[in-house]
Write a protein that binds this ligand. Structure first.
Ligand SMILES: Cc1cc2nc3c(=O)[nH]c(=O)nc-3n(C[C@H](O)[C@H](O)[C@H](O)COP(=O)(O)OP(=O)(O)OC[C@H]3O[C@@H](n4cnc5c(N)ncnc54)[C@H](O)[C@@H]3O)c2cc1C
Length: 368
């Protein structure tokens, strides 16, 4: 089967895309989510590393807004599969902040994490959805029958079972704005220039994440803290004691996130291992000497990590040539809360363009 038809296509299985797809599917629309990677959650990401896991994207959830508060309350009371362990647990209620002007501050913060990895939150939001993994949307165009026609590239040779074309009445583009622009600015998409101009205004900062595992021998010298945020360090933004999120860690694992400035200087670097080592050496100078000598390290480069200045709308819409809406952390808020709100707003708008049915709302995403 080369092509399949749905009411709505959602591009991107991050928080915004998943929340939007849940709303629309629960309302009765047929929905497909297209995702270029092999998993859900987007930047709420977890990697399997050396017999354990590390959160190399979102570090924790904090009840800072309406939606995150509800999500946290819900997941704190929901068990992970057959186990009696909650999906989400309080990790720490304080984080150190290092600033040049004020030195070391202990900042109260309620940080929630998932012992199985932060991508478990994405897995929860994805339950019951039709998601086609390893499918990158390459381009799209309106057809004479008033449908969007999307062409998909297979990003993983093993994933050949799903079609490479999709037809739908409306499209939700729930990916970072610069990536959305790559698809939508192609002339065949016939997108109005004002929509493209607004997309083009959005900029992101990059980030380099290092995941590093240490010898259990350093257990005696382990810090008491869970995480340190660096306010104005040239190299570092954050150091987190990642294995303290796991129930029985076999070794100490730390996740180190770079400053935007450091990541920007390495945008074109292809061999990232020495870059990771450089970041660890700097961490060793700032914190503890053994940081420079891990047993293993892995590096991930985020080209679009943090939205610098989101648009002031909750989603970006156009009815021409056919219903299309952009959503994500570049609309309204520059974080998970913003992505969540934007996904809901996009679902509302698409529904208003199609059948105008009663949407379930976020409470709490009708228990999924
Ligand atoms: C290192 C790091 C730490 C962070 N820490 C925090 C934090 O502590 N708190 C917080 O609130 N926020 C944090 N953020 C920001 C947060 O991750 C984002 O604001 C939020 O996850 C954005 O969700 P989204 O759905 O808008 O986009 P994304 O999560 O980026 O999802 C987009 C999805 O679309 C897919 N995709 C892209 N292009 C295509 C295509 N052409 N075809 C198909 N699929 C495509 C991507 O693979 C991805 O899965 C952090 C981000 C990073 C990188």
């Amino acid at each position: 089967m080369k092509m399949q038809q749905f009411d709505i296509t959602v591009i991107g299985a991050g928080v915004a895309g998943l929340v939007c797809a849940q709303q629309l599917q629960q309302t009765g629309y047929s929905v497909v989510v297209l995702e270029k990677s092999r998993g859900v959650g987007g930047r709420m990401a977890t990697r399997r590393v050396s017999a354990t896991r590390a959160d190399h994207g979102v570090r924790y959830l904090e009840p800072t807004g309406k939606f995150l508060q509800q999500l946290i309350n819900f997941l704190e009371n929901k068990n992970n599969g057959p186990s009696s362990e909650s999906i989400l647990q309080l990790w720490t209620d304080k984080i150190y902040e290092l600033t040049q002007s004020r030195g070391q501050l202990l900042v109260p913060k309620r940080c929630y994490v998932t012992p199985q990895g932060m991508n478990s939150v994405g897995k929860f939001l994805a339950e019951g959805l039709e998601i086609w993994f390893s499918r990158r949307v390459e381009n799209m165009k309106p057809t004479a029958e008033k449908n969007w026609h999307l062409n998909l590239e297979i990003t993983n040779d093993a994933a050949t079972e799903k079609p490479t074309q999709v037809i739908s009445r409306a499209v939700v583009v729930a990916i970072p704005a610069p990536q959305a622009l790559m698809i939508l600015e192609q002339p065949t998409a016939e997108i109005p220039s004002e929509f493209l101009q607004r997309l083009g205004l959005v900029e992101y900062d990059p980030c380099i994440t290092v995941m590093a595992g240490y010898s259990p021998a350093i257990y005696e010298n382990l810090p008491q803290w869970r995480a340190i945020a660096f306010a104005n360090d040239e190299y570092l933004a954050w150091v987190g004691f990642d294995s303290s999120k796991r129930p029985q860690p076999s070794q100490p694992v730390f996740v180190i996130q770079s400053s935007a400035k450091f990541a920007t200087t390495h945008l074109d670097t292809t061999d990232l291992q020495p870059v990771g080592q450089e970041l660890l050496e700097h961490t060793a100078k700032q914190l503890l000497p053994w940081f420079k000598s891990p047993e293993w390290l892995q590096v991930h480069q985020w080209g679009y990590a943090f939205c610098r200045q989101p648009l002031t709308v909750s989603c970006l819409t156009t009815e021409l040539p056919l219903p299309l809406v952009g959503a994500g952390d570049w609309c309204g808020g520059d974080n998970i809360e913003g992505a969540f709100a934007s996904g809901l707003a996009a679902a509302n708008w698409v529904n208003s363009q199609l059948e105008n049915l009663l949407l379930p709302g976020e409470s709490f995403l009708s228990q999924i």
